[in-house]
Design a protein around this ligand. Structure first.
Ligand SMILES: *[C@@H]1O[C@H](CO)[C@@H](O)[C@H](O)[C@H]1NC(C)=O
Ligand SMILES: *[C@@H]1O[C@H](CO)[C@@H](O)[C@H](O)[C@H]1NC(C)=O
Ligand SMILES: *[C@@H]1O[C@H](CO)[C@@H](O)[C@H](O)[C@H]1NC(C)=O
Ligand SMILES: *[C@@H]1O[C@H](CO)[C@@H](O)[C@H](O)[C@H]1NC(C)=O
Ligand SMILES: *[C@@H]1O[C@H](CO)[C@@H](O)[C@H](O)[C@H]1NC(C)=O
Ligand SMILES: *[C@@H]1O[C@H](CO)[C@@H](O)[C@H](O)[C@H]1NC(C)=O
Ligand SMILES: *[C@@H]1O[C@H](CO)[C@@H](O)[C@H](O)[C@H]1NC(C)=O
Ligand SMILES: *[C@@H]1O[C@H](CO)[C@@H](O)[C@H](O)[C@H]1NC(C)=O
Length: 706
């Protein structure tokens, strides 16, 4: 489904006040009225941007935050990533890229606010929507519904995070930067699936969150029926046009996810949204009483490791105002900065003035805010997509560009027009620093094709993949052996799968692969030659991230669903209920041979490496490029797999999955500077489908007009 789906459903945020509505008295308190959030007793128009701390590195955070601030943002919004922080029940991890407290303190140090979306269901194109996989094995659990086991773990984690924030003094009421907090996430679009178990869950979540006494408002996405003291906000592309406003006059109009682009799945092109279009919809939202706008994403970053959800590529919202590498993307960044400045010039009038709107023509409209003392601010809208319009406003003639909003902070002079981009475009410059063309510098290790005889886990049926792997690996071997004694001249191996890729082997020989696409399973039919007597079949079933959205995630089924050998379209052997042997993961993964200390556990080739070979690990050492520019690997010559630098995964790659124009969705892969040392860096690739490492290059990334 496309962005429209997200738009349709990306609707409502709910704010629940612990103390009720009305104005906050206490220093550092946050409350709201029908116009805006109120911080330290003052109404505020706030521009916010999403930056997710694990999608970059602590070394990048200060500069990302500084660029966001310089771009005119007041708030950084982030989700909290449960499956990173609680990998096992009661075992917590807040180190390195997962150091949430450090991230928030970095934001505070630069004088910005934080909107903390705890969830703990977050979707976010993140593996399993942020849930730790161990939740799956909690008896009787039904996620995101009125279900005791789920509520227990949700409350446990939410409490853990809130207590952590409190103990570090990070809530606004404590003098910290957190002004808003979110519980749940876009729940209403799945609520109906839970029937009677939905509404009590919403009430419980609200009450539980409020009971944690953070003294800053909680937001709850997409909950038009939310309890009182709750503010609806909008997520989407065009909230100025589609959002029907808060569900009570006492609640401000907030836009929590303004999509600067859209997430990208394998087999598709990047979605680019123009600076003009974004600016138009933000200006319109503000003109229509909006007081909080969040850009989703302001910096997308990188899905390191195996953390993206099903089919999501490794780069995340590279088209955002700050690109994957944290470099400024123009004109988006600059145009929005000017927009923010124009609105800030008249924010007092916008927040305290009386709003009127009137027509200036068939497709033209004026929205005017006036205060008693005479201050005045105006938005002149030309909704004609094709033609300039000349309008009279307060006895002055103005020319309005097609599909634009002009901002007049004093009602006299246009200081900003959404369609007039003054910022120069910039381009990304990729500079190759090194190629890895010397076949003798590489070493390879061929992973093992697992046969039935090599497996210890057996079952008389086809097992569901993730409940078998526990998401410890993308890979599960399905193996069997059988006696072939029926006549057939042209047998076909027929496989149906709800996983993402299958690679089949017959008697240790690779015979073929197939893959699905975003939200689509697949099947494959491979002509085979069987031995008379015993044959081995091994199928490597591969997942590219767990599904991260939808109701009843705990019931999702993946892996092989049918394996048979057909003869003249008839089933010759049906292996559905057959004796299968299973192995989770690849040998190289088990040995962790992507780590320098474990390299010796594999037998690496002595001679030249081979190319275009399946299930092969490659390794090489390299020196870091000089300087401070971001670093990226060009993997265009590879197929599908995962890459590690000094033992840290920089993510999955899938070059061989082409878009409609025959191009890979992503070829450049970010290697954060902090993963590198000056020399002797270990690069390890697991190539699953066949590629040529000799054509990989190491590059620096920069921009023109920096
Ligand atoms: C959360 O659960 C763990 C056990 O998994 C327990 O040790 C801890 O006390 C619980 N915390 C809260 C706040 O309930
Ligand atoms: C939301 O973002 C879009 C582009 O991503 C932009 O056109 C629009 O103005 C923004 N609106 C708000 C309220 O941020
Ligand atoms: C905007 O707020 C004013 C009060 O300041 C109210 O009269 C008006 O209906 C609101 N407009 C929208 C579109 O919510
Ligand atoms: C502009 O026109 C389109 C098409 O008629 C309409 O859907 C949209 O709401 C209008 N927008 C504004 C800001 O008037
Ligand atoms: C609108 O006016 C600008 C100059 O202000 C001009 O460059 C542009 O071509 C005009 N557009 C149309 C569609 O007439
Ligand atoms: C516009 O001009 C008319 C007469 O020419 C005058 O009555 C009116 O007050 C003027 N309006 C403004 C806002 O200056
Ligand atoms: C099948 O696999 C076993 C190891 O599990 C091996 O000993 C045997 O030779 C294989 N048979 C064929 C026909 O490849
Ligand atoms: C990536 O490398 C290939 C050669 O393997 C080259 O043709 C291509 O231009 C490079 N792409 C970029 C963006 O540098």
């Amino acid at each position: 489904m496309g962005w429209w789906w997200r738009l349709y459903w990306g609707l409502v945020v709910v704010i629940m006040m612990e103390v009720g509505g009305g104005h906050a008295e206490g220093v550092g308190g946050v409350t709201y009225d029908g116009r805006s959030l109120i911080i330290n007793g003052k109404r505020k128009i706030l521009f916010s941007g999403s930056i997710h701390y694990p999608r970059s590195t602590p070394q990048m955070w200060p500069s990302l935050i500084a660029k966001a601030k310089k771009g005119g943002l007041d708030v950084i919004q982030t989700y909290v990533f449960w499956n990173l922080h609680e990998p096992q029940p009661g075992q917590y991890d807040f180190k390195g890229r997962y150091d949430l407290v450090r991230f928030i303190k970095n934001i505070q140090a630069q004088g910005m606010y934080v909107c903390l979306r705890i969830g703990p269901f977050i979707e976010a194109e993140w593996n399993y929507g942020g849930f730790p996989f161990w939740l799956h094995d909690v008896p009787g659990i039904v996620y995101r519904s009125d279900n005791e086991p789920f509520k227990f773990y949700m409350q446990n984690f939410t409490t853990k995070i809130v207590n952590l924030m409190k103990s570090e003094g990070l809530y606004a009421s404590q003098g910290g930067p957190i002004i808003l907090s979110q519980i749940e996430n876009e729940y209403q679009n799945i609520e109906a699936a839970f029937h009677k178990k939905g509404p009590p869950y919403v009430r419980w979540a609200a009450k539980m969150a409020v009971g944690l006494k953070t003294s800053v408002p909680w937001v709850m996405c997409k909950q038009t029926d939310a309890p009182d003291l709750v503010i609806n906000t909008c997520n989407g592309f065009t909230c100025g046009e589609t959002f029907r406003g808060p569900n009570s006059p006492n609640k401000p109009s907030l836009w929590t996810e303004n999509w600067t682009s859209y997430y990208q799945v394998y087999g598709t092109k990047p979605y680019t949204r123009s600076a003009e279009d974004i600016a138009f919809h933000v200006a319109l939202f503000i003109a229509r009483n909006g007081s909080y706008v969040n850009y989703y994403m302001y910096h997308g970053g990188t899905n390191f490791g195996r953390k993206s959800s099903a089919y999501i590529i490794t780069a995340y919202y590279d088209q955002a105002p700050l690109d994957e590498y944290g470099l400024i993307r123009q004109p988006k960044w600059g145009h929005l900065k000017e927009l923010h400045a124009a609105i800030k010039l008249c924010s007092t009038t916008l927040l305290h003035g009386v709003r009127r709107s009137f027509s200036l023509g068939e497709k033209q409209e004026a929205i005017v805010f006036e205060e008693r003392e005479g201050s005045c601010a105006a938005f002149l809208i030309n909704n004609d997509t094709h033609n300039n319009a000349t309008v009279q406003f307060r006895n002055i003639s103005f020319k309005l560009l097609p599909k634009s909003i002009s901002i007049l902070p004093n009602c006299k002079k246009i200081t900003f027009n959404t369609a007039q981009v003054n910022t120069k475009y910039n381009n990304r410059i990729i500079t190759p620093v090194q190629t890895f063309g010397s076949a003798n510098s590489w070493k390879e290790f061929n992973d093992v094709i697992v046969n039935f005889g090599d497996t210890s886990l057996k079952s008389k049926r086809l097992l569901e993949q993730t409940s078998t792997t526990k998401d410890k690996s993308d890979y599960l071997w399905y193996t069997l052996r059988f006696q072939h004694n029926l006549p057939c001249t042209k047998p076909i191996l027929h496989v149906e799968s709800l996983a993402h890729v299958a690679r089949a082997f017959l008697n240790n020989i690779y015979i073929g692969s197939a893959n699905g696409r975003f939200r689509q399973g697949f099947s494959m039919d491979i002509p085979i030659m069987l031995n008379k007597g015993m044959n081995n079949i091994s199928i490597l079933s591969v997942i590219v991230g767990l599904k991260g959205s939808g109701a009843y995630l705990e019931r999702r089924v993946t892996g092989l669903t049918t394996v048979e050998i057909q003869c003249n379209k008839k089933v010759l052997y049906d292996f559905k209920n057959y004796k299968w042997g299973y192995k989770v993961g690849l040998l190289g993964e088990e040995l962790k041979i992507y780590k320098k200390t474990k390299l010796g556990d594999a037998v690496w080739s002595k001679n030249r490496i081979s190319t275009n070979q399946i299930l092969t690990w490659y390794k090489i050492f390299f020196n870091a490029p000089k300087g401070n520019d971001p670093v990226a690997l060009n993997l265009s010559s590879m197929g599908k797999g995962e890459t590690w630098v000094n033992g840290q995964s920089i993510g999955r790659y899938w070059i061989s999955f082409h878009d409609s124009e025959g191009k890979p969705s992503q070829i450049m892969y970010h290697v954060p500077r902090s993963f590198l040392k000056a020399s002797g860096n270990l690069l390890v690739l697991l190539e699953e489908s066949g590629g040529n490492p000799l054509q990989i290059s190491l590059n620096t990334v920069s921009i023109t007009n920096a």
